[in-house]
Design a protein around this ligand. Sequence first.
Ligand SMILES: [Zn+2]
Length: 72
Amino acid sequence: MGCRGEAGKRGLIRIVRRAEGGAMVDSTGRATGRGAYLHDDPACIELARKRRALDRALRTTIQPELWSELVK
Ligand SMILES: [Zn+2]
């Protein structure tokens, strides 16, 4: 998402907006609500964080804790 990497070559992480604000990793792939995908790649995750791509896609403010979780 927002990067120039080729989709499909790497794994994708699904992120969904939480009702209470912010977002979470949807590890089951079945959570309801607005969702977005990120490549499971530290460079892509960092790019999305810097560009606020997820914030825009999910129309929320991504909490710092989620980014910490994503990059570990
Ligand atoms: Zn990517």
